[in-house]
Ligand binder design. Structure first.
Ligand code: NDP
Ligand code: MG
Length: 383
């Protein structure tokens, strides 16, 4: 049987780790063609050796110049602008699991590959907006969403039950679900990166704590599934067993139940839906007599409401919201701003932007780059 050839962008991260965990149990079926990271070269080399990977890429050029790593055994791609060449004729599946917006140019090239692309990175989807699906359709690139909620929706919609009324995604509520607003104002980056359910990279963990992650996921769902703003909503479900519901006109909602384990959505890249490997333990419903579904407290977690405002404005607004969040999360990690400022300053900076600039309904990549430059130079951080 021909092996599935896979390229993993962001192999040293949390999604990369879950992907490798699947591959390690299916070495007879899956071959890793190439892997990349930003700068974690030691981890990348370890993966390359363990999985006999020939092509490696890293984004920080200085690594190549250090000359102390034994790189001549590999085909080396020494910055992000060359990463698209890792994909070859024989590549079957590409996993796009870098974090943040830095790999936007790479994604644009990958969307033209005509391959199967598993996408974990929500930030790039939001910034590309409608272009994301339009480009993938134009170049016959098959998109499989890997974010757990969106992967659930993807499978639910494949049931082809006809027109639906709306889609609901769930949120765990993050580490601060039961904190008071006052207590939230003192939380540290260390506390914010400790997620109660998922073990993820630091940016997405902080996004989960502010519930920015859910706001971003609502926008992600809008673009992935071509939804109107009032067709997508979110609720809190701390047990994280139901990740999404599709709600039909006749009052029926469909959902999938699965444990919060990223290997489940990731498996759909390699195996048919009901052919996942049996390493995943099933759901014992009697262990879940405490299933909860709670509305999101807009006062404590204003991010979701701001996300809707941003969708309503449209044009550049979703990108600006997304880009500002990345900047503000970094400032919070460096302890330059407080936890509650992440969302508050986002809103103030959006207002500032639209006070001084007009919107662009269908922004080009060059517009996005100009806007980033403007934001970098006009960022308001309060007094
Ligand atoms: P991590 O921070 O754990 O990993 C990020 C990966 O991207 C690392 O391999 C990192 O390399 C690489 N990377 C970062 N910046 C660059 C760059 N400029 N150029 C090239 N590579 C880069 O993140 P996660 O795995 O948690 O998340 C990845 C994406 O998936 C995010 O967009 C997140 O929102 C999404 N996602 C993640 C989930 C999860 O469970 N983790 C769930 C749902 C979505 P290095 O190690 O060298 O820094
Ligand atoms: Mg998610």
């Amino acid at each position: 049987m021909k092996k599935i050839n896979v390229v993993i962008y962001g192999a040293t991260g949390s999604i990369g780790k879950s992907t490798l965990s699947i591959i390690s149990k299916n070495l007879d079926k899956i071959n890793i063609e190439g892997i990349t990271c930003n700068k974690n070269i030691l981890k990348l080399l370890k993966i390359a050796k363990s999985y006999n990977v020939k092509k490696i890429g890293f984004n920080e050029k200085y690594i190549y110049k250090l000359n102390k790593f034994n790189l001549n055994k590999f085909e080396v791609f020494s910055d992000d602008s060359s990463f698209h060449s890792i994909v070859s004729k024989k590549t079957d599946v590409i996993i796009f699991a870098t974090s943040g917006l830095s790999s936007l140019d790479l994604l644009l090239k990958i969307l033209k590959s005509g391959k199967i692309v598993g996408i974990a990175n929500k930030e790039c989807i939001i910034t590309l907006g409608k272009k994301f699906i339009n480009l993938s359709k134009k170049y016959k690139t098959k998109i499989i969403p890997l974010d757990s909620e969106h992967n659930s929706i993807y499978h639910l919609l494949r049931q082809n039950l006809g027109k639906y009324k709306s889609i609901t995604i769930t949120a765990t509520g993050g580490p601060f679900l039961n904190y008071t607003k006052k207590k939230l104002s003192y939380v540290t980056p260390q506390q914010a990166t400790k997620h109660p359910v998922w073990k993820m990279g630091s940016k997405i963990s902080i996004d989960s704590a502010t519930m920015m992650n859910k706001a971003l996921e609502i926008i992600e769902a809008k673009y992935l599934f071509n939804l109107k703003n009032d067709e997508i909503n979110a609720i809190i479900h701390p047990q994280a067993i139901i990740h999404a519901l599709v709600n039909y006109e006749n009052g029926i909602s469909t959902a999938l139940l699965n444990k919060p384990d990223m290997r489940i959505p990731l498996s759909s890249l390699f195996f048919e839906f009901n052919k996942y490997s049996n390493v995943y333990r099933g759901i014992e419903l009697t262990n879940y007599s405490n299933f909860e579904f709670i509305p999101i407290d807009k006062n404590k977690f204003p991010a979701v409401e701001l996300g809707y405002q941003v969708m309503k404005i449209g044009g550049l607004a979703p990108h600006i919201f997304n880009y500002l969040n990345e900047i503000l999360v970094n400032l919070f990690i460096k302890r330059k701003i407080k936890f509650l400022d992440i969302v508050k300053l986002n809103e103030l900076n959006i207002d500032k932007f639209f006070g001084k600039n007009s919107n662009i309904s269908d922004p080009k990549l060059s517009d996005i780059k100009n806007i980033n430059y403007w934001i970098d130079n006009n960022l308001y951080l309060g007094n």
